[in-house]
Design a protein around this ligand. Structure first.
Ligand code: ADP
Ligand code: ZN
Length: 612
């Protein structure tokens, strides 16, 4: 039934422009589309934002019959179908959010062949009546999105995904396509085996996200630096990840008080509130979402301009996935991690509370890698890609703090000796250790209850560090911990002591050279964008804002997310090229035929008005 189909290359690129408005394929898309059109089984591993959906959507338009897309997230299905419909592509979905009549109507449409794509949740596949129904629908191929959900070894196992194998048996002549952004070798093998892929065409893309800039910044107690950073990019929306539910609520509140439209999102909120907050973020009605990692999987929003981690992530893998939600539209986006040693210490305490030694060992290893990443003076991109077994060969990536603003090495021997000798003296004065905060209090000559109680105002190191601020002592201490000059005892309230290496430094036998983490400020700007996509380069900001307002208006009228109308990348191109005619507008990447017909006149008018 489904034979090898020959579709000429010209037809494929015409459809790419006509339906999606794109002038060129992203890496691997063309090869994948070719294999799909040839009727092969396909396994494709592309990073988030790599453009996986197009790999099955475009073939669906070029071949007869129905493409069935299996997708784990009900919330996402509607957005995806809305996006397709807005682009003039006949698509629908079936899931438990629809009432019986609506399901009937849609199935009637499917029987008439009114749709090219059908999105379903895996639980529907377990209904025998549904599988029987599918047999009558001339299914051309099955596309399994988030295919790693089929594997127990993945982080996102969904038992219902196992039922997909039953489909394979029932539809033995129909090709299966598997797409994922996360897969270790083991998960990859599992996907191929569980889906019983037959001699699949395997495509593995680079995990490098050239439009993302990675930075690590010093974390302080107050969120002022974050507020300043957010205020410096008033037009950008993004996610701030926080380690705990209370932390998410707190931070959202602090940001709100500072005049930033922010909402919390975490598993402690009731379902209605969660989906309301998510919806407001997706629909560009709130600028910042302060969330725990519970947020993100169901987010298709392409114009997330930044992902900030306000607390230390659990693992580098998690960090990469979470930052991956930024900049799916290919426009430059920022990833910022707030870091200090106190967060590491907090994690260490959590780890000690874990049940088994095996769990503790895994968690320790993950924390160790995450800490190494945060402290690293090397290219962040190279570090991140190395975790995925990928070698990044360029010397300067042009998109991380260490490549853009290498931190100078500073000789901090004198101050380091003050700190070390203060730790020594406190230990000697009463035989037990204290935390680093108290050591710094002594250096600063602080007046507080603990100082009086222990008579620490009598130590010779009391007040000898007044020429440095508390936060800069803290940063120096963090560096010294990293360099192994100060030992921290996680099992005993994080008390500090001078290590063997520290003794060498104290005796003046080894200099202490540090590179402290900088603080984020409003001036921590985006990098000058490299040649990543046509969406780069300067554009008229005033026109962009006018177009963004228009986009929001049109999206609200249609009850769809703003990015469904046009992505940020498209608006930027419009605001740069200031097209005056429909022909010029259509030349912009991302403007397809249907959108030109529906929105072209309104955007041309807005450009004429705002841009002159
Ligand atoms: P993934 O599912 O791999 O994370 P998506 O399919 O959601 O990625 O695509 C991410 C974004 O990239 C979307 O906004 C999509 O419209 C855009 N996109 C996909 N292919 C292209 C292309 N060839 N040129 C420009 N933009 C593209
Ligand atoms: Zn770099």
């Amino acid at each position: 039934m489904v034979g090898i189909m020959t579709v000429e290359a010209g037809v494929v690129s015409d459809a790419l422009k006509r339906y999606f408005g794109f002038d060129a394929f992203r890496p691997l898309q063309e090869a994948i589309v070719g294999d799909v059109l040839a009727g092969r089984d396909v396994f494709a591993l592309l990073p988030t934002g790599g453009g996986k959906s197009l790999c099955y959507q475009l073939p669906a338009l070029l071949t007869p019959g129905l493409t069935v897309v299996i997708s784990p997230l009900i919330a996402l299905m509607k957005d995806q179908v809305d996006a397709l419909t807005t682009a003039g592509i006949a698509a629908t979905y079936l899931n438990s959010s629809l009432d019986y009549d609506e399901v009937r109507t849609r199935i009637d449409g499917l029987r008439r062949g009114a749709y090219r794509l059908l999105y379903v949740a895996p639980e529907r596949l377990t209904m025998p009546s549904f599988a029987a129904e599918l047999e009558g629908l001339n299914v051309t191929r099955f596309a399994v999105d988030e295919a790693h959900c089929i594997s127990e070894w993945g982080h996102d196992f969904r038992p219902d995904y196992r039922r997909i194998a039953e489909l394979r048996e029932r539809f033995s002549a129909v090709p299966f396509l598997a797409f994922t952004a996360t897969a270790t070798d083991r998960v990859r093998a599992d996907i191929v085996e569980r889906l019983e892929l037959r001699n699949p065409a395997v495509h593995v893309g680079s995990f490098n996200r050239p439009n993302l800039t990675y930075r690590v910044t010093r974390k302080k107690r107050s969120p002022d630096a974050l507020i300043e950073w957010l205020n410096a990019r008033p037009d950008d929306a993004g996610i701030v990840y926080v380690g705990s539910r209370a932390g998410a609520d707190d931070l959202a509140e602090r940001l709100k008080r500072a005049g930033i439209a922010a909402l919390p999102y975490h598993a402690g909120l009731d379902a209605a509130k969660r989906s309301k907050h998510q919806e407001r973020f997706i629909r560009d009605k709130t600028r910042v979402i302060c969330a725990t990692v519970a947020f993100g999987m169901g987010i298709d929003k392409s114009n997330v301009r930044f992902v900030v981690h306000y607390d230390l992530p659990k693992s580098v893998e998690g960090y990469y996935q979470e930052t991956g939600r930024a900049g799916r539209d290919g426009v430059p986006a920022d990833c910022l991690l707030f870091f200090n040693h106190a967060d590491v210490a907090k994690f260490e305490r959590f780890i000690e509370e874990k049940e088994t030694e095996a769990e503790r060992a895994v968690a320790r290893e993950q924390l160790e890698r995450m800490t190494r990443y945060a402290y690293s003076n090397d290219c962040r991109r190279r570090d991140l890609l190395a975790y995925f077994g990928e070698t990044f060969t360029e010397l300067n990536c042009g998109g991380c703090d260490n490549c853009l603003e290498p931190r100078p090495a500073v000789d901090a021997t004198t101050d380091a000796q003050k700190l070390l000798s203060c730790i020594e003296r406190i230990r000697r004065s009463h035989g037990f250790g204290v935390g680093i905060a108290h050591v710094i209090d002594v250096l600063l000559g602080a007046e507080n209850e603990k100082i009086w109680r222990w008579n620490h105002e009598r130590l010779t190191t009391y007040g000898i560090g007044k020429d440095r601020s508390r936060s800069s002592w803290r940063a120096l201490a963090d560096e010294m911990i990293r360099l192994g000059l100060i030992a921290v005892d996680a099992a005993h309230f994080n008390t500090v002591s001078v290590s063997a290496a520290g003794r060498e430094a104290l005796a003046g036998r080894a200099p202490v050279i540090v590179r402290e983490l900088p603080e984020a400020t409003g001036r921590t700007r985006k990098r000058a964008p490299g040649a990543i996509s046509s969406a780069d380069g300067p554009y008229n900001a005033e026109v962009f804002r006018a177009l963004r307002d228009l986009r929001k208006e049109l999206a609200d009228e249609r009850d769809v997310p703003a990015y469904v109308v046009f992505s940020d990348a498209v608006l930027r191109s419009m605001a740069r090229e200031l097209p005056r005619t429909a022909v010029q507008l259509r030349a912009i990447s991302g403007v397809g035929e249907k959108k030109l017909a529906d929105f072209g006149a309104a955007f041309l008018e807005a450009i004429a008005q705002a841009g002159g």
